[in-house]
Design a protein around this ligand. Structure first.
Ligand code: CDM
Ligand code: ATP
Length: 292
């Protein structure tokens, strides 16, 4: 039995450059792994089947699950014919903008690489991951990175910013496709702020980094769900800090470099919401077989 952790990500910047002919959008975004994680166990199966189970009722356990899709893609691309049983402990909220499903898929790719003794590099696993979803290549690596293209072109930075994120998950299902569809030409930009964000993080200029946080999808999600706009205003007045959305939402986050401040924010926000998490920024994987 092999264990892999699948970490959540937040988007520190998310700029959209435009709509592409294939229906996807050209994005430019700073991604950061946080220490909220699902747990995945992989067990070889003698009969060559791919099966899975999860105690969570909010994810399917058949081919619709990104874990199963990742295992299928791995077998297709490597010729590995072995079976596997996947057990998923779901801790990351589903369809939340935290890339939970993508991270699970990436964890399955890393795990199967070990189980099959295939010896693929992280770059090769990321390439397989692109078949499963736009966020999967980034999730294969994790850590601090800029993702471009439709998300699959990943530039990694070895720095781990000393920062905490307080995450709030309003119990609401948001469709990523609907949110991208709601973008208007005025949401597009030709000057993304990702490199400046990374520079601030690497130089330790936390206040400037916090001020630079931006997500072009936020306008769409907040207009599709007016109750989220009201919640954001309430959280902003409690936190007395900027509140931002991750991915296509609805998860929001508040950043602080000070752990005790993060804990105080958690205590204050737990008063109005159930699903609040204090997370630390964490680094990514450097080799296909071991975390940093
Ligand atoms: C919102 C983000 O999470 C930010 O990190 C990602 O851009 C979304 O990544 P994801 O969930 O892995 O996305 P996919 O599963 O590949 O695509 C879901 C849907 O989102 C839309 N989509 C996604 C990525 C992208 N660059 N442009 C898009 O328009 C497409 O309609 C697509 O059908
Ligand atoms: N292992 C999985 N975990 C979570 N959702 C999954 C999984 N497999 C498939 N799904 C489906 O994928 C959809 C999106 O789930 P996910 O939690 O990855 O969204 P997300 O956090 O918004 O991702 P992203 O930030 O990449 O857009 C849901 O409809 C869910 O049913």
């Amino acid at each position: 039995m092999l264990l892999q952790r699948a970490y959540a990500k937040i988007n520190l910047t998310l700029d959209v450059l435009g709509r592409r002919d294939d229906g996807y959008h050209e994005v430019d975004m700073v991604m950061q792994t946080v220490d909220l994680s699902d747990v995945i166990w992989l067990e070889p199966r003698e009969d060559g089947e791919i099966t899975m189970e999860s105690a969570s009722s909010s994810v399917p356990v058949d081919e619709r699950n990104l874990c199963v899709q990742a295992a299928q893609a791995f077998r297709r691309r490597t010729g590995f014919a072995g079976g596997v049983h996947i057990q998923l402990e779901k801790n990351i909220p589903v369809a939340a903008g935290l890339a939970g499903g993508s991270s699970d898929a990436a964890a399955v790719l890393r795990g199967l690489n070990q189980l099959a003794g295939a010896g693929l590099t992280l770059d090769e696993l990321a390439d397989i991951g692109a078949e499963v979803g736009s966020d999967v290549p980034y999730c294969v690596y994790g850590g601090l990175a800029i993702a471009r293209g439709r998300g699959e072109r990943v530039a990694r930075y070895p720095h781990v910013p000393s920062m905490y994120a307080v995450l709030l998950h309003p119990r609401l299902f948001v469709s990523t496709a609907d949110v991208y569809r709601g973008l208007e030409p005025s949401d597009f930009t030709s000057s993304p702020r990702s490199e400046e964000m990374v520079r601030c993080l690497v130089e330790g200029d936390h206040e400037r980094a916090v001020a630079l946080v931006y997500n072009a999808l936020e306008r769409v999600t907040l207009s599709l769900y007016p109750e989220l706009r009201a919640l954001k205003e309430r959280v902003t007045s409690i936190a007395q800090r900027p509140v931002h959305m991750s991915g296509s939402g609805p998860t929001m986050f508040v950043l602080t470099p000070v752990q005790t401040h993060a804990q105080r924010l958690y205590n204050a926000l737990r008063g109005i919401m159930k699903d609040v998490y204090v997370c630390r920024f964490v680094g990514g994987y450097h080799q296909a077989h071991a975390p940093s």
